[in-house]
Design a protein around this ligand. Sequence first.
Ligand code: CP
Length: 316
Amino acid sequence: MQLNRKDLLGLEELTPEEITLILDTGDSFKEILERPIKKVPALRGKTIANIFYEPSTRTRLSFELAEKRLSADTIGFSQAMSSVSKGETLRDTVENIQAMKVDIVVMRHGSSGAHRFLAEFLDASIVNAGDGQHEHPTQALLDMMTLRQRWGTFEGKKVTIIGDIMHSRVARSNIWGLTKLGAEVTVCGSPTMMPPEVGKLGEGGVNVEFDLRRAISEADAINVLRIQLERQESMLFPSSQEYFEVFGVTNRVLEHAPEHCIVMHPGPINRGVEIAQDVADGDRAVILEQVTNGVAVRMAVLFLVAGGTFEESSLQ
Ligand code: CP
């Protein structure tokens, strides 16, 4: 089975079968990460450029590691070190990179839609590592991989996403991916953190709940979002302390969730703002498991956009 598309721009445009193919391939590649020699020749001879116009720790390192595990050649830069700081346009920058015969461009950019714009005229594959407030598809894929490893299926499962839904590309990608595969999604936050017509997001819509305890009362998993102060033109709540009092996920709040409910966070974590220290480090948290799965699922995405098949991934 093949992906049959050159780019990964977001989960909104993927079919349930395509999302499942990526998750299956990610599971197949995860086994490689357990080996003493964690390297296969799957992308030998391919060149990948990692260009990050916004800060990143997890996504950037995870993509770089995924590329090395697949034996690809890699180059990369961040905005401060590039000619963008001298006024070069995004299109010129990426066309120059392509002229150096790069096969795949992994990019994070602050503008929603930057990747779609580039994908229309580039021959190289474009992989979205986060675009503005739009999508962060590989984050949602690693979240879904973590959930599927525990549940086996998304059908009938309930996921509550808590926080600043309006500014969150992680929330949007999770909503598309989870609803396409049959999970029920509830979003929770203050009304100031909800985009217009939030209930219509995803395949068939999401539940909207402003009371945290009610929002998690039937959840099989909760995904706690980072408060993105850098994207808020004005504060959407009076102070971090007051946000924590109303929407902070603490052990006391979790008493209102089913005992089996797990806690996810895409990172970076603001301890004491959206999540309490003892919850982030507690038994319900799967946050570091998410990070491990991130490498495997990014290996899958890179391999599949380069034309690889699921069957070949299991032979590596
Ligand atoms: N989750 C995530 O995107 O983290 P980084 O911003 O560190 O890449």
